[in-house]
Design a protein around this ligand. Structure first.
Ligand SMILES: [Zn+2]
Ligand SMILES: [Zn+2]
Length: 158
């Protein structure tokens, strides 16, 4: 790994080229629900709405349009992902995670226990149970909640 390699958006501390990018390029398939979950988060960060949609279970694809996924991805600044727990068997799996992002001037945490199923030999995202976390309104002179110790206006502010 070279020092200027782009680190993956999913928080793995691996280069994007060795982590989620091969899944986005479809040169590799995720072997575990956690890999798929990470690839979905990274896909939001790089605004790859097609990947996000295709990684849904077939029955869920109709209700998640590419334009809606794109609108959401475009209106957020994604900070990081924390995978708290995950597991799987031959047919189903789960990932418990927290995703951190800004939506306008709100700092948001998505805490979810998500379910995955295998379809045609591939892991797909079925649905998730969300634990409500209050969004935090950030003002320009506040310390940025991303952990940079900079003021919000000099960091993640739009
Ligand atoms: Zn990754
Ligand atoms: Zn920040």
């Amino acid at each position: 790994m070279t020092s200027n390699a782009l680190l993956c958006f999913c928080g793995s501390q691996q280069p994007y080229a060795d982590c989620c990018e091969p899944f986005h390029l479809k040169t590799k398939q995720p072997h575990t629900p956690e890999q798929l979950m990470r690839a979905r988060y990274s896909a939001y960060a790089v605004k790859n709405a097609v990947f996000v949609r295709e990684s849904y279970a077939k029955e869920k694809q109709a209700e998640n349009s590419i334009s809606e996924i794109k609108d959401f991805a475009n209106s957020c600044r994604f900070i990081n992902l924390t995978v708290l727990d995950s597991g799987y068997n031959d047919e189903t799996g789960f990932v418990t995670f927290k995703a951190h992002y800004f939506y306008q001037d709100l700092y948001c945490q998505l805490a979810e226990n998500s379910r995955f199923i295998k379809e045609d030999g591939q892991w797909r995202y079925l649905d998730g149970e969300i634990t409500p976390v209050a969004d935090i309104k950030v003002k320009r002179n506040d310390t940025c909640p991303c952990g940079s110790n900079k003021k919000y206006k000099k960091c993640h502010s739009v």
